[in-house]
Design a protein around this ligand. Sequence first.
Ligand code: FRU
Length: 426
Amino acid sequence: AKQTRGVSSEVVAQAKKYAPGANFTATWKRADALKVRPDSTTTTPRIPENFPVMTDKVWVWDTWPLTGLDTKPMTYKGWHVIFSLVAPRNIFFGDRHWEARIGYFYSKDGRNWKYGGHLFPDGYSKGSREWAGTAIYTSKGTVTQFYTASGRDNGGINNTDFLQRLAMSSGKIHADSKGVYFTGFRKHKIIAQADGKYYQTQEQSKGAPIIYAFRDPYVFRDPKDKKIYALFEGNTAGVAGTYQCKARDLGKLPPGHTVSSDANLYTGNIGLMRATNGTKMSKWKLLPPLLSTNCVNQQTERPHMVIKNGTYYLFTISHQFTYAPGLSGPDGVYGFAGPSLRSDYKPLNGSALVLGNPPDAPIQNYSHEVMPNLIVQSFIDTVPGANGPVYGGTLAPSLQLAINGTNTYLTRVLPYAYIPSMKAVK
Ligand code: FRU
């Protein structure tokens, strides 16, 4: 029997709606997060330590398919294409972030992938390394890659330089009977920086317990107003430690629950910006955050959206170690539902937890993306093995979700690295 945990679809449909640019930010409340109770329909199955590896050349982690502005994975001239953060497989797995580049893979069947190399020619991207984003096919073979320019320009390998800016570059996709390759991607542009008003700057983040965020742009078109928006991961603006937890961050807390004085150091949010020059997508205006997790969690990474029958499902990934003191939940994907892009989002399953790692493998999967077909792709981080930790750096089995109102259910385990297309461009 399917368990009901979240509010009804009627409650979501009647939740308050606002214009996309309005000054309203929904909250993930402490009272919601206290309801995190993993069960069989929200727990990812264990992955054996002898999992298949996509390539022995590079570690593979955060991954996104080539999509249209409708966020549907697509084939181009018969080829599936995905983009991943990659780093040489001969460096220590944990050091990969500081030399991350965007690589790409192509496939005929959406599950057996061939590595194509780096997307950008060497020496052209902004920052010192490339972090997550989205790749949008616009028209006539043009692909625009949005990404996080991490570190200052040409800063080399430096794990103390946390600057993050949002960037873009366009190129051409080419396909023949042997595979896919790209040209172009020589002009790169910074399209957004933390403003200190809605989004915390690196300067303001000093004293935060965990790296601040201004990263992971996710570009899509809102079917309601037909405008192009990007979600991204941010933190609430202001000097770390000055935020005061509000009633709307806490919700109806059970008796005896205390909010420790340092909970205010945890200030994740899901940012929003709007493209002001249409499908050129090179000019953007920052808008207030869509959702904040103040006093709940410091990180709402890789936010993304599935829009189905007028309901907006807002997803984000987060970690056990980024929860504010007094709260806990597994590494995994969390989600919310609302009646419009900017609305008073309600947590899925009552708590927001959608899929979390099994307790005996707490860092097994990460960087989940729920696609419009409700297939969830993620990568294997680390699984416990007979002789110690086994590092993944390759895509995990995809998982099929079902959503009923605000309740989600894991219904099927799919093949490793399975990212099927939902449409074709000839
Ligand atoms: C999630 C993440 C992203 C970031 C990337 C850096 O796994 O932390 O937020 O873009 O990894 O490697």
